[in-house]
Design a protein around this ligand. Structure first.
Ligand SMILES: Cc1ncc(C[n+]2csc(CCOP(=O)(O)OP(=O)(O)O)c2C)c(N)n1
Ligand SMILES: [Mg+2]
Length: 672
């Protein structure tokens, strides 16, 4: 690559792109950590994107109809931060750039949603960004179908590296996007043939272009350092009738005389000597963090480029009927419709009376049938387990290229991309996503589920077949550690409802959640309605409550969730028959219970009585409630699983693993 020739041929572009490069170099050097190579390599592509193509208005980072830009290669965070600073995003000050990666900085090590306006999603775990972007593209199509192209018509742009494309989740996302013909999605591949271990070729020989093409994408390519060639490719990409991969051939650490095109520049500061030499190559005589005023002004003009388009859009939004405009704004601001609470209350009243004996997965379907008509922004789905997860209601149709008003996603057997796409839908705005698979396959979705929690995306994970209660499919499908994993994850509500009423309450909380994802662990097997007396109040909101009080002197407290609440109640009958006063606490959500005031927790778990927790899963999360909270080792025990399950009918499994009323009663008596 002849740098002198490039500089001479495109002097304006060169200055703009170099400003990005030196900011990245200087910030990484000052922080003494970070990844300069990727921003140096992709600065040309990013400059052309922001200068000529991206629809944005730096003064209005949350403009609903902006193009979304996702830096999937999140380690190159300084590329994004430099762009936001240079184009004039208010929060992206030079002080912030200097504070890169430090405590309290908006410019965190990897881009984090909610820290800095202009960061559309958290990236860093490779493969997540490109997959999240697929969800954004789905949300854009859905919103455009519901509100019209006059107010929703934008693109989702992604920069992804070799690492993102090597991750398994990328294949799931690419397959989904291809099938869905998401022509609003453009992925710019930083094809530099370098990862941390060296050349990509030490670990991979995939023909990436063929892979994308095989999944129904349009594949273009360009010289990632020639602005004219980049512009040609991006112009063409916008016209495609399918998602587009642009193979941008680049050099990592572009311009660093001794380190370019090597892994040495991927994730370490360049060092003083190399920085000096690189500045000479760039023809950049300015000091660290110094951007000449004329270059900054040119960048700010790029940041203001979309202002007129933004104003025209606002006028078009105003031209919608007042009702439609208000609904658009409600959905984009992620508010919950008032009708939800009314629908849930009516559902609870009817079902506490009807008292059906249904699996909680079926109860969930019944709740959704009441909810989906009054929450028009839900988009449901399943990873090819619709008939098992019971996530599709009869009022919604499949989201497809020829039916963008559809509200049901056929994710295929792609749990991880499903979870990432759901993050993207909510981040885009206008959609409340929920999606299902077997609870055991939480593992397959976990990378994206963790990001839901970290970003504060209130996705609803409908995880059915929640224990050995699923029976014959056996231990490969029977979760035992998954409740513990979900409960161990910060900012996640793990619900395990005991009956149709708790299921409705859990759904109400999950759909009203502002910034916390929910996992609904739902049974395959039928469970009786336990809450047959209608109570308007959402008892699940307190996490735990007394479902059956002790008769006579309280000697024991049984705690249980989900399908084991019924078993605990039967154990109570046995104990009460022997005049052992026994309280049963249903604990559908430990996180919400832990958040209650001490006085409430004390009321539910007072000192004195022996405690036995019952759950067809491992004990770990229960120790707090058994040993802490006024409990004691000598007066506590657990009935549940100690290892993996087995293949047999559910009833036999419960008997074999000792999760029975008799076993519970025996443990209580042994402690008394
Ligand atoms: C899921 C995941 N695994 C591993 C890493 C650690 N990691 C960060 S960057 C990187 C190499 C990425 O290579 P590439 O995308 O080609 O980036 P480049 O070196 O070209 O900047 C790795 C392994 C990560 N961030 N996420
Ligand atoms: Mg690379």
């Amino acid at each position: 690559m002849d740098i002198a020739a490039l500089r001479a041929a495109h002097p304006d572009h060169w200055k703009l792109a170099t400003a990005i490069r030196v900011l990245a170099i200087d910030a990484v050097q000052a922080a003494n950590s970070g990844h300069p190579g990727m921003p140096m390599g992709m600065a040309d592509v990013a400059t052309v994107l922001y200068r000529n193509h991206l629809k944005f208005d730096a003064k209005a980072p949350n403009w609903a109809d902006r193009d979304r830009f996702v830096l999937s290669a999140g380690h190159g965070s300084m590329l994004l931060y430099a762009l936001l600073h240079l184009t004039g995003y208010e929060q992206a000050t030079l002080e912030e750039v200097k504070n890169f990666r430090q405590w309290g900085a908006r410019m965190a090590g990897h881009p984090e949603f909610g820290h800095l306006e202009g960061v559309e999603t958290t990236t860093g775990p490779l493969g997540q960004g490109i997959s999240t972007a697929v969800g954004m593209a789905i949300a854009e199509k859905s919103m455009a179908a519901r509100f019209g192209k006059s107010v929703v018509d934008h693109k989702i742009w992604v920069i992804a590296g070799d690492g993102c494309l090597m991750e398994g989740i990328s294949q799931e996302a690419i397959g989904l996007a291809g099938k869905q013909e998401l022509d609003n999605l453009i992925v710019l591949w930083d094809n530099n043939n370098i990862t941390i271990d060296g050349r990509v070729t030490v670990s991979d020989k995939t023909d990436q272009r063929a892979r994308f093409a095989a999944s129904g994408w349009v594949v273009l390519s360009c010289d990632g350092h020639d602005p004219a060639d980049i512009d040609r490719a991006l112009t063409e990409a916008k016209k495609a009738k399918a998602p587009v991969l642009v193979d941008c051939k680049t050099i990592i650490g572009f311009g660093a005389p001794n380190k370019a095109d090597s892994y040495a520049v991927h994730g370490a500061p360049l060092g003083g000597d190399e920085i000096k030499a690189t500045r000479e190559v760039y023809g950049w005589p300015h000091g660290p963090f110094e951007i000449p005023a004329d270059i900054k002004a040119d960048w700010e003009a790029i940041g203001a480029r979309g202002a007129a388009e933004h104003a025209a859009w606002a006028a078009r939004l105003d031209a919608l009927s007042p009702t439609k405009k208000a609904e658009f704004e409600r959905q984009m601001s992620r508010g919950v419709p008032k009708k939800l609470a009314t629908a849930i209350r009516a559902f609870k009243k009817a079902n506490s009376e009807a008292a059906p004996k249904v699996a909680t997965r079926k109860a969930s379907e019944m709740v959704l049938a009441a909810v989906n008509p009054v929450v028009p922004e839900t988009i449901g789905g399943s990873a090819d387990l619709t008939g098992s997860n019971l996530t599709k209601t009869s009022d919604i149709s499949d989201f497809m290229p020829d039916n963008r008003k559809g509200r049901y996603m056929r994710y295929g057997i792609r749990e991880h991309a499903m979870a990432a796409a759901m993050n993207g839908m909510w981040l885009h705005g206008g959609v409340r996503p929920y999606g299902g698979t077997f609870f055991c396959f939480t593992d397959y979705a976990r990378g994206a589920m963790r990001l839901s929690a970290l970003m504060g995306v209130p996705t609803v994970y409908v995880m059915t077949h929640d224990s050995i209660g699923l029976g014959e499919d056996g231990p490969t499908h029977q979760p035992v550690e998954h409740l513990a994993i979900c409960r161990a994850t910060p900012n996640t509500w793990t619900f395990r409802p005991a009956d149709v009423i708790e299921t409705a309450e859990a759904w109400e909380l999950a759909l009203s959640s502002e910034r916390t994802p929910s996992v609904l662990a739902l049974s395959r097997q039928n469970l009786p309605t336990l809450r047959t007396a209608h109570n308007q109040k959402n008892l699940t909101a307190q996490g735990a409550y007394v479902i059956a009080e002790a008769a006579g002197k309280r000697q024991a407290i049984l705690m249980a969730t989900g399908s084991e609440v019924e078993i605990a109640l039967k154990a109570r009958d046995l104990l009460q028959a022997e005049a052992i006063g026994t309280r049963v606490v249903s604990m559908p959500c430990m996180e919400l219970f832990a958040a209650q005031p001490e006085a409430y927790r004390r009321k539910i778990l007072p000192p004195g009585a022996v405690r036995v927790a019952v759950e067809a899963a491992i004990r770990q999360p229960w120790d707090r409630w058994l040993l802490g909270e006024r409990g004691s080792e000598k007066k506590a025990d657990f009935v549940g699983m100690e290892g993996f399950g087995a293949s047999a009918p559910a009833e036999r499994l419960y008997a074999e693993f000792g999760i029975t009323p008799e076993a519970i009663a025996a443990k209580v008596k042994a402690l008394l």
